[in-house]
Design a protein around this ligand. Sequence first.
Ligand SMILES: Nc1ncnc2c1ncn2[C@@H]1O[C@H](COP(=O)(O)OP(=O)(O)OP(=O)(O)O)[C@@H](O)[C@H]1O
Ligand SMILES: C[C@H](N)[C@H](N)CCCCCC(=O)O
Ligand SMILES: [Mg+2]
Length: 203
Amino acid sequence: MMQFFVTGISTGVGKTIASAIIVEALEADYWKPVQTGEDKDNDTVVRLISNSKTVIHETSYALKAPLSPHAAAALEGVYVDPNKIVEPETENHLVIEGAGGVLVPLNDSDTILDIIMPNYKVIVVSRHYLGSINHSLLTIQWLQNKGYDVGVIFSGDPDPATEDVIVNRTKVTVIGRIKEESSFDKGTIKKYADEFRDALLAM
Ligand SMILES: Nc1ncnc2c1ncn2[C@@H]1O[C@H](COP(=O)(O)OP(=O)(O)OP(=O)(O)O)[C@@H](O)[C@H]1O
Ligand SMILES: C[C@H](N)[C@H](N)CCCCCC(=O)O
Ligand SMILES: [Mg+2]
């Protein structure tokens, strides 16, 4: 069974949408270990998938303030302990969604990177916006330097000038692109799931 850790080049780039697609493609389970702000990602995944095998696992830390986890935790007098973020047992593939990007702090010393296990396949969601080349290269190269297998999912209208530079400089595996959609429903998620399945399983 495979574990996919879905991170992004920033917050709000489409990690939850990409997670729902991977979950649907592989009939995988979903786990958002650290959530800050409105507790919406679990519900979004449930709304967007069609299969009945997926289990949504309990979030380890659900923090109320829509801030970085270290800051949201401090407001509640909570310490986010990476040792208490334990991967749920499952017989399915597992999709794990991070919070924000890879260096987002969990506490004074640990970051999201500290909960990405060496055997995880790491999916970077790269949303197209001016500034995304730099954010994408920093994120992908950091993960590659740490030794992870990295795949990218682009999100937005086709932008070859951006995508080519990211792919050529990092040689990252391209899983696919989610085009700019007016909205997402079960049908759109299923379409991308069918498109991305083989590339995901080949990682
Ligand atoms: N390709 C796209 N086309 C249109 N809208 C998109 C696309 N990708 C993401 N969005 C929209 O951007 C918003 C943020 O997406 P999403 O919630 O998946 O981001 P996220 O990275 O999971 O954010 P968070 O850091 O809060 O977990 C949503 O409203 C989503 O529908
Ligand atoms: C509240 C938001 N939607 C995410 N859950 C948390 C994003 C943290 C980003 C921290 C940062 O990089 O500055
Ligand atoms: Mg999300």
